[in-house]
Design a protein around this ligand. Structure first.
Ligand code: SAH
Length: 260
């Protein structure tokens, strides 16, 4: 299998029907993809998945089962979430074709996840906010939600089209960058650090971040932080926290010296 395909994983979150897992595995293999991640599937392994996978049993057998979305995307530099409908806070959006081009271009250098939601209610906002981009298959607005495995098929097909276009000698260009992209788990740790610091500064109410944190996530996701930038931002937060710590100590010392 050429290198790019190995870097692309399909993540199915909390799937109810094992038949859809099998059908997704088949859709993937037909298009040259092999890396399937299952986040807390309701029923897996399952005979129904095996039936629907047909000749893609290898994809099913090597599926990685994890408890949380964070684990499934931890080492990824690009995370794309799929959505059957528009959401309250708009997010950077790809068409399926743009998604294929971008995924194929970036798959040459780092790990990529495309995340699919539950059959009955898709992905939660919290899950969607972990993604750099969202992709919507422009379906009939009066009946916009595709079967899960069909949605996997459409997006896997677009990736294959991008790969074939490149093989025909029309390379897809992505601007040159001097640093690798930040990994999702490192960015998650940064958000925790940021929230703590903003709470210490009383910019955020402790335990009640409201929409500010979501908006900050969207801001950073839009930028697509690289590893160096992330290190700098974490360094800034550490300096702020050290400064607060030392200032508080100084104030305490001065207060102790004041006459009662
Ligand atoms: N009722 C759910 C739809 C879930 S369909 C909702 O309103 O969100 C199951 C999954 O298939 C979705 O989470 C998404 O991953 C994928 N999917 C279905 N239709 C899609 C579309 N038009 N564009 C992108 N992904 C779609």
């Amino acid at each position: 299998m050429p290198n790019g395909y190995e870097h692309i994983r399909i993540v199915l979150v909390n799937t109810s029907h094992p038949g859809n897992i099998g059908a997704a595995a088949r859709a993937m293999k037909n298009m040259g993809l092999a890396r399937l991640y299952l986040v807390a599937p309701k029923e897996f392994p399952s005979e129904k998945a095996v039936w629907r996978a047909s000749q893609a049993l290898d994809v099913l057998d090597s599926a990685v089962v994890v408890d949380t979305l964070d684990e499934a995307i931890a080492d990824c530099g690009l995370v794309i979430g799929t959505s059957a409908r528009g959401r309250r806070i708009p997010w950077p959006l790809f068409t399926p074709r743009e998604c294929g081009d971008r995924v194929w271009a970036e798959a040459q250098t780092h790990q990529i996840a495309i995340v699919f939601g539950r059959e009955d209610r898709g992905l939660t906002n919290e899950e969607l906010h972990k993604c750099h981009y969202h992709v919507h298959i422009p379906s009939n607005p009066e009946y916009s939600s595709l079967n899960l495995a069909c949605a996997v098929q459409v997006l896997a097909y677009e990736i294959r089209m991008s790969a074939l276009t490149e093989q025909e000698g029309k390379p897809i260009t992505l601007e040159e960058w001097d640093q690798p992209p930040a990994r999702a788990d490192d960015v998650e740790r940064y958000y925790e650090h940021l929230q703590q610091t903003l709470e210490t500064l009383h910019f955020l109410e402790p335990g009640n971040p409201r929409q500010t944190v979501t908006r900050l996530r969207r801001l950073y996701n839009r930028i697509r932080l690289d590893q160096m930038e992330l290190n700098i931002l974490r360094g800034i937060l550490t300096s702020v926290q050290n400064y607060i710590f030392h200032t508080k100590n100084k104030i305490r010392e001065l207060e102790d010296k004041l006459p009662d």
